[in-house]
Design a protein around this ligand. Structure first.
Ligand code: SF4
Length: 378
């Protein structure tokens, strides 16, 4: 049997500064740290290709995430990509995404990335109103987002994503509508719209606690979600996952792997992998990561082999997020395995999960409570 293709995720753990809402593992970018990291990552690519069953598997998607991958020089990113090609086989139509903060990329960088084979740029716009960005503690301006998209097009990119967030401090429904209208004028092929969530130990959480910032209003976020669905649907975008919309043919192949319980290898500090029924993760500490690779050891910190029941659980929990959903018998088998029959029946009765014959998915209301439902079904 031909092994199924893999996704490859690279965690670039640097940003110029931390946004108020962000809880990702990252370090503030410094040239010398970045140079050491790139050396370590290239070494990790070579070691992983020898030690995992990634050998002989085709890579269907490569995703540079972070952090802010584009705080690295384009030459560093293309050197990483060249290292990947040296050790692993990419499919002919491999989707290669680079996440970028709009203020960190020039047209020359974009041209270099395109020539190296990057197929998709994903810009963290977050909002198209400068006041929202300022209240979020998010560096950058709306003009920079517009310029970044214009430059990417001029460089030759045709597949462009914009990440947006809604339910921001002080953001009104009208403000969110203006952001969506402005985004649509940029004609991205893909839009990710995330409800702002307040993560522990972030500046935003502390601001809310000290009443310097309002907490997100769940009712308003629901209206904003419905507004996005309506406006983006009218503009020809298909909602294919809780937070993701794409023009036909532009769904993100890499992220689809996560939601369909596909396999992926994650490299870089804190990156997670799922391969051969085993979940494993790298150490979330840059110095320890570099030290491990200097000693020629993969920086893997924990490893868990999933039973068949656990694999089905994950397939159900992730797959319900997709608009195409999952086979209904998977949902019921999982409910039986985990003693969740009563809770599943309740979620169906409350119409938070909907079943149409053979497939089940979160309903429109269920999508707004996706994380809570996932916890109930875990
Ligand atoms: S740019 Fe992204 S990864 Fe970096 S701090 Fe802001 S939200 Fe977090």
């Amino acid at each position: 049997m031909t092994p199924s293709p893999l996704g490859l995720y690279l965690h670039i753990p640097f940003c110029r500064q931390r946004c108020d809402f962000c809880s990702f593992y990252l370090e503030i970018h410094r040239e010398n740290r970045a140079e050491t990291f790139v050396r370590s990552l290239r070494h990790e690519i070579g070691l992983s290709a020898q030690q995992h069953t990634a050998v002989g598997r085709h890579i269907q998607s490569v995703y540079f995430g972070g952090g802010t991958p584009t705080v690295l020089a384009a030459t560093q990113l293309t050197a990483i990509l060249a290292e990947i090609r040296m050790h692993l086989t990419l499919t002919a139509d491999c989707e290669i995404t680079v996440e970028a903060h709009p203020s960190t990329i020039s047209e020359q960088d974009l041209t270099q990335l395109l020539q190296a084979g990057v197929t998709r740029m994903s810009f963290g716009a977050e909002s198209m109103e400068d006041g929202d960005l300022a209240r979020l503690g998010r560096p950058g301006t709306v003009d920079e987002t517009v310029e970044a998209v214009t430059r990417a097009r001029a460089a030759g990119f045709t597949n462009i994503n914009l990440d947006l967030m809604y339910g921001l401090p002080g953001q009104s429904l009208e403000g969110w509508q203006r952001t969506l209208v402005h985004c649509l004028t940029l004609k991205p092929t893909h839009l990710s719209c995330y409800a702002l969530t307040v993560e522990e130990d972030t500046k935003l959480a502390s601001n809310i606690q000290r009443r310097l910032s309002p907490a997100p209003d769940e009712g308003l976020q629901i209206e904003m979600d419905e507004t996005a669905q309506g406006m983006l649907g009218n503009a020809g975008y298909e909602r294919y996952e809780v937070s993701n919309y794409a023009k036909p043919g532009y769904a993100c192949q890499h992220n689809l792997l996560y939601w369909t319980n596909g396999e992926y290898l994650g490299l870089g500090p804190s990156a997670q992998s799922y391969l051969d029924g085993i979940r494993f993760g790298n150490i979330a500490n840059l110095a320890a990561y570099d030290a491990s690779l200097t000693a020629h050891h993969l920086p893997i910190e924990d490893r868990t082999r999933l039973s068949e029941e656990e694999q089905l659980r994950d397939a159900v929990i992730f797959g319900l997020r997709l608009i195409r959903g999952i086979p209904s018998h998977h949902l019921h088998q999982h409910a039986a395995n985990y003693g969740h029959t009563a809770v599943t029946t309740q979620l169906l009765a409350q119409q938070l999960i909907e079943e149409d014959g053979e497939r089940s998915r979160l309903s429109a209301r269920g999508r707004l409570q996706a994380d809570t439902i996932a916890e109930q079904l875990y």
